[in-house]
Write a protein that binds this ligand. Structure first.
Ligand code: S3P
Length: 177
């Protein structure tokens, strides 16, 4: 199986949908944020505070390269993975990239009370989400093979539709060869 790569804004449901998809498909579940935490030996907030975002991005790129060399994985990525064209190119090699699109208000509700995402720890979280999302949306869209709007779905629906769309994409690819 080609990897299924989940991209999208922080709090859109990549990790929870990824968990369900991997279980249903009997595939391995991989999370690039977790790989970075393991590699650094500290939590993401601590990496940002001690070494800055640039250092986090270096570790994230290493995690991406490792993931991109494997198959049969459902990969949950960090929301900023698309900032690097090299990341997107590596992930595309043997993976289908699924963009989980989500409204700023839903992201805001999903991340309420959460302090583990340094980029959202600002005075006005909703404003930060809107600003970052307008910068990132074109990158998510350009990277995506498949886009799913999760704004009005629960996790189970989201996981099921992603599995269905990936199957269809695979069949279409096979038919065109
Ligand atoms: C980030 C998203 C986070 C994590 C880091 C930076 C981003 O992952 O990689 O805090 O730049 O959007 P999630 O999307 O899993 O929250």
């Amino acid at each position: 199986m080609d990897n299924i790569i989940l991209i999208g804004f922080m709090g859109c449901g990549k990790t929870s949908a990824g968990r369900r998809i991997a279980k249903k498909l009997g595939a391995a579940l991989v999370d690039t944020d977790q790989m970075v935490v393991k590699q650094a030996g500290m939590e993401i907030t601590e990496i940002f505070a001690k070494h800055g975002e640039a250092y986090f991005r270096v570790l994230e790129h290493q995690a991406v390269l490792e993931v991109a060399s494997g198959r049969n994985q459902v990969v949950s990525t960090g929301g900023g993975v698309v900032k690097s064209a090299a990341n997107v190119a590596a992930l595309k090699q043997n993976g289908t990239i699924v963009y989980i699109k989500c409204s700023p208000v839903k992201i805001y509700n999903n991340t309420r009370g959460d302090t583990a995402r340094p980029l959202l720890n600002t005075g006005n979280r909703l404003k930060t989400i809107r600003k970052l999302m307008s910068e990132r949306s074109p990158l998510y869209e350009a990277a995506a093979d498949i886009t799913v709007d999760a704004s009005k779905m629960n996790v189970a629906q989201l996981a099921n539709i992603i599995i269905k769309l990936c199957r269809e994409a695979k069949n279409e690819k096979a038919a065109n060869h």
